[in-house]
Design a protein around this ligand. Structure first.
Ligand code: APR
Length: 414
């Protein structure tokens, strides 16, 4: 490496360094900043990517209340759409559940996550919050002590930052009192956990072809199709864009499915012949999602704390991810505020246990949904047994008010 390519090492500091500008990181940043806690968000992507990345869009009533409490819900009240109905399409017939009238009588708000993240970011910046885009956290050091540091590198290739022979930008070390890992399941926070930290992982053995269609919703409900060819799902995102899922084989190449083949398969599994054809349009995004779940336990390691997907990954069958992220962000903001502003570390000591109670409830219901909607891979005998149990659960969901109340409370609850 030549002298001119030597890596620059600079030092910055903040009481709380937040890794990741997703729902967890930005909710946490807004709450801490509003309480006068010195914090900074380090985000590896650029702002445009963060604001346009299409992710989940199904906010639970508790999430809306949390965002409302902190003045962060103005956009979702203006553009979000209430949503309170599921439609199950099965070989035994179709039925609808108006879950907003069942259980606790709570509905979801359909609000694209990229819009929520854009709102959270705008609010944080307008309040004078600090964020560094194109800044990738490489590792968290010293979390077992009172002064952790975060090593970062500049990922913006356009800057004049000196680069070493590997093309890496300068290294900036952030000194903190606490580090909040909100950088997802593949982020630096998880990589920096002590070796042997328990990660409870489950691969459900099921994969989805996740699709975004430039087409209006075809149902006025979340559609769950249970079919011998596999699961299909329909979720409205906006009046012009609809999310679909198709259960597919593990290792499927998303490019191998033409738009026409996708629409034909969706029409088959959604039993459109018994209803009406789906509104077709260009498929503008396609990815293969392997349904996995995991939970890190505990969520606190000294001065490093996890929230959102960095803490746990629920299977996407019940849209719990972003809602858990907001809930955990508020719990963590409250705990860090008590510690840093009032010297009371009690809430921080209880943070992991409190979150894990909610996480495991969300995991349990997401797992139940996966079993309800899919025939798992496995020997015929097992799948026949599973099929019979699944049919029984669907019948209970169709006929039992008590079962429907439980479903509604679990489906919307966090
Ligand atoms: N350094 C800095 N930023 C990072 C790093 C890193 N090493 N690794 C990841 N990030 C950023 C990502 O670019 C992303 O913006 O962390 C952010 C993580 O955001 P999310 O993946 O949205 O995770 P989270 O905030 O926990 O939200 C969880 O929201 O994305 C939806 O439904 C999805 O369940 C998920 C939920």
């Amino acid at each position: 490496m030549t002298q001119s390519q030597s890596t620059r090492t600079a030092r910055e500091k903040a009481d709380v360094v937040i890794l990741g500008a997703g729902p967890a990181g930005l909710t946490l940043a807004n709450l801490l900043h509003a309480r006068g806690i010195d914090c900074v968000v380090l985000e590896r992507a650029d702002r445009a990517h963060v604001e346009t990345r299409a992710r989940a869009g199904f906010l639970a009533a508790n999430t809306v209340r949390t965002l409302d409490r902190h003045g962060l819900a103005e956009g979702l009240h203006r553009r979000g759409q209430p949503h309170g109905t599921c439609e199950f399409r099965t070989e035994g017939g179709s039925f609808r559940l108006d879950y907003a009238r069942l259980g606790r009588g709570e509905a979801h708000t359909v609000y694209p996550q990229q819009d929520l993240v854009t709102d959270l970011l705008a609010h944080y910046l307008a309040a004078g919050g600090r964020i560094r885009f194109a800044t990738e956290a490489l590792a968290v050091h010293g979390a077992d002590g009172p002064r952790p540091t975060v090593a970062t590198r500049d990922t913006d290739t356009d800057t004049d930052t000196e680069r070493d022979g590997n093309g890496d930008g300068g290294t900036v070390h952030w000194q903190a009192r606490y580090v909040a890992g909100c950088d997802g399941r593949h982020g630096a926070a998880r990589r920096s956990l002590p070796p042997g930290t328990p990660r409870h992982h489950r691969d459900h053995g099921i994969s989805w072809l996740g699709l975004l269609a430039q087409a209006p919703p075809s149902l006025d409900a979340v559609g769950y199709a249970v079919h011998r060819r596999g699961f299909a799902g329909h979720m409205a995102r906006t009046p012009e864009v609809t999310r679909y899922y198709l259960q597919c084989d593990r290792g499927t190449d998303p490019g191998a499915w033409s738009d026409e083949r996708i629409w034909d398969e969706l029409d088959t599994r959604m039993r459109s012949a018994d209803h009406h054809p789906l509104h077709r349009g260009p498929i503008i995004q396609r990815t293969v999602i392997d349904l996995e779940s995991d939970v890190i336990e505990p969520l606190r390691h000294g001065s490093l704390l996890l929230a959102g997907d960095a803490a746990s990954l629920p299977a996407p069958a019940a849209a719990k991810g972003a809602n858990l992220a907001v809930l955990e962000a508020e719990l963590l903001a409250d705990a860090l505020t008590e510690t840093l502003a009032h010297g009371d570390t009690g809430p921080l000591d209880r943070y992991s246990h409190t979150c894990l109670t909610h996480i495991w409830r969300a995991q349990e219901f997401s797992h139940w949904m996966i079993q309800l909607l899919h025939t798992p891979p496995g020997p015929d005998g097992e799948s026949f047994f599973h099929e019979s149990m699944r049919r029984s659960r669907l019948d209970s969901l169709r006929t039992s008010r008590a079962f429907q109340d439980w479903f509604a409370e679990s489906y919307v609850g966090i």
